[in-house]
Design a protein around this ligand. Structure first.
Ligand SMILES: [Zn+2]
Length: 308
């Protein structure tokens, strides 16, 4: 049995996955920040899920976490308050089984793909993109059933495609990146009214007719539509699964993104023929795609190494 852990900025989720790739147990806990905090979070999450009924011996563990991943090391995970930690090495010593560390968006892409294939087996060999709308924007690509990171891990970084050379400055040094219009952190900053769920507040204000909120919501929708457009023209995914914190808005997000895609395609027979609105699907808000994908990124073995 493999364990998958998804470490987010506020919550961490761990699942136990059997050899058939099914989730047999799942636990959630809050995330502690800093290098020590993240290590503790990962170890505790594994211990909690390993103690769940039906969880057998563990042969490996995978972790999905934001930041740059170098082997088992995690670098520059700003939202977790850490600059560098040997997460893979630490967990391997604690658990005595192989540990694979993966970028959180890539892990969620694998999990979303497995979920899609469980529902529709024909999706197994078709390209899929997972578009993560969180504090930033990035996509994970699954081609022929496997993650595609490119030559150096940059494939799918569509958040930093500029769609307006005169647009807002992006921390990456460009102007008008998709992420400046549709990334949660940038939108919240431009909205500027604080609140615990600023994007949800913005959508509420837009529904109430607030002109600033309507303009920002429009730009967000157009930014996501641009990402879908770019992904379609570069990878031609049969399905683009949209997940991440902003995707928890569900139908409220789906509606405006579909409209933006219809508008974008309206004057082009070519774009219309690509059926962009029909390609998008939203990850359900209670999905465990991140943790599932982290577990699936670990090579399956049949040699139990850690008994209960
Ligand atoms: Zn940028």
């Amino acid at each position: 049995m493999r364990i998958g852990i998804d470490i987010g900025g506020t919550k961490a989720e761990a699942v136990a996955v059997d050899d058939a790739g099914r989730i047999v147990a799942r636990v959630r806990r809050s995330t502690e920040h800093g290098a020590e905090g993240v290590l503790r979070t990962a170890r505790d999450a594994v211990a909690l899920v390993a103690a769940e009924p039906g969880v057998g011996s563990i042969t490996g563990a995978g972790v999905g976490i934001p930041g740059q991943i170098l082997g088992g090391r995690v670098l520059n995970a700003v939202n977790l308050g850490l600059t560098e930690v040997d997460l893979g090495g630490d967990l391997e010593r604690a658990l005595g089984v192989p540990v694979h560390v993966e970028n959180d968006v890539n892990a969620a892409a694998l999990g979303a793909h497995a979920t899609l294939v469980a529902e529709r087996p024909a999706a197994a060999d078709r390209p899929m993109a997972y578009l993560n709308l969180g504090t930033g924007i990035a996509a994970g690509l699954v081609l022929d059933g496997r993650l595609w990171g490119g030559s150096g891990g940059t494939a799918g970084e569509v958040g930093h495609i500029s769609i307006d050379p005169a647009g807002p400055e992006c921390p990456c040094g460009q102007r008008g990146c998709i992420e400046t219009f549709a990334g949660g952190a940038s939108v919240a900053r431009r909205w500027g009214r604080g609140g615990e769920l600023p994007i949800r507040d913005l959508f509420d204000a837009a529904d109430a007719g607030d002109p600033d909120a309507l303009a920002l919501r429009d730009e967000l929708a157009r930014g996501v539509a641009a990402a879908v457009h770019v992904l379609t023209l570069t990878v031609d995914p049969a399905v683009i699964v949209i997940g991440g914190g902003v995707a928890r808005l569900g139908d409220r997000l789906r509606g405006i993104v579909r409209s933006a895609l219809v508008e974008r395609s309206a004057r082009s027979i070519f774009l219309t023929s690509l059926a962009l609105p029909e390609r998008i699907e939203l990850l359900p808000p209670d999905s465990s795609a991140g943790a599932l994908g982290a577990a699936l990124a670990v090579p399956a073995t049949h040699e139990p190494a850690l008994g209960r």
